[in-house]
Design a binder for this molecule. Sequence first.
Ligand code: ACO
Length: 327
Amino acid sequence: MGYAKIIGVGKYLPDNVVTNEYLSTIVETNDEWISTRTGMKERRITTGEDTTDLAVEAAKNALYNAGISAEEIDLIIVATTSPDSLIPCMACRVQEQIGAVNAAAFDLTAACSGLIYGLNIGKNFICSGQFKKVLVIGSEVLSKIVDWTDRNTCVLFGDGASALVIAESEDIDGIKSVHIGADGSKGKYLTCSALKLENIFVNDDKEYDNKIRMNGKEIFKFAVNIISDSIRQILDENNLSMDDIKYVVCHQANSRIIEFAAKRLNADVKKFYMDMDKFGNTSSASIGIALDDIVKDGMLNKGDKVIIAGFGGGLTWGSALIEWAIE
Ligand code: ACO
């Protein structure tokens, strides 16, 4: 088994900025409630671009940053819960639009844990020797499945995309201790229906709710526990302490979830990167968006260790130890 490493990161966000003040004009809420309960101040909401459009731009940026061409990619995985079509999948659309003519392509759905699920799959393809370069994208236009009359959810989510290029590595074991998991018994806490069961034999008149519904308190408890437990597991199995970790990049669902998780670990919350104030919760895109910002700000050097940890609908979770491999 060889190694895999991240060789490029990219992101793309729609231009349209939606502030807490704006949201207070469409539902009964206010900046004080949203920012103190979630850490969010603004998010981006598309005015026309769909999930593929965001994915394509994030992919181009990641390829540019990796310094490779689209033809070199062997596999494209798009993690999304808000696709713009079922057939073709987003990954095939991206494949066509970026000209990745040599790539296999498929989508996966693991909600906000999707990017880490994709990273795990891509790493395994590379380490088994089947592929040399894999593009993993998280792309979401959650504004399509948000109920804009429900203040419990509409203030939380944003649209955006991020992409990671991973490649075979001879020197650095750049993606290690990857853990993914799920607890379907808690799936009821975060739901959104897809297509209605209707065919020549079935005429189901049951109401289908194709908007996000959430039990925020249950997700909150789940998230604090799973994030802190996963980080502890990664530290223990690599004989590391938090002093060895440059940053922890969690799914950006709520600053209080991250603060509670840091407290449970007795860790300095300053190590936990947060940008939900700018972008809200962009589901499968959020960890990659944060990583791209960290890289752009020159905050990572080759050899630095970063823990990523996500959780989301399903309920699902994922975590990994990244050794930064880019100079
Ligand atoms: N503005 C003003 N008041 C609000 C708003 C709002 N936007 N939303 C809810 N409230 C009210 C509620 O109606 C409630 O009022 P009541 O007491 O009169 O009934 C009150 O505020 C308190 O509501 P709670 O739900 O108890 O608020 P809480 O402190 O739990 O915060 C929140 C809610 C922010 C949703 C929190 O539970 C949370 O972040 N949970 C995790 C959510 C999450 O991570 N979701 C996504 C995970 S997976 C994925 O990313 C797809």
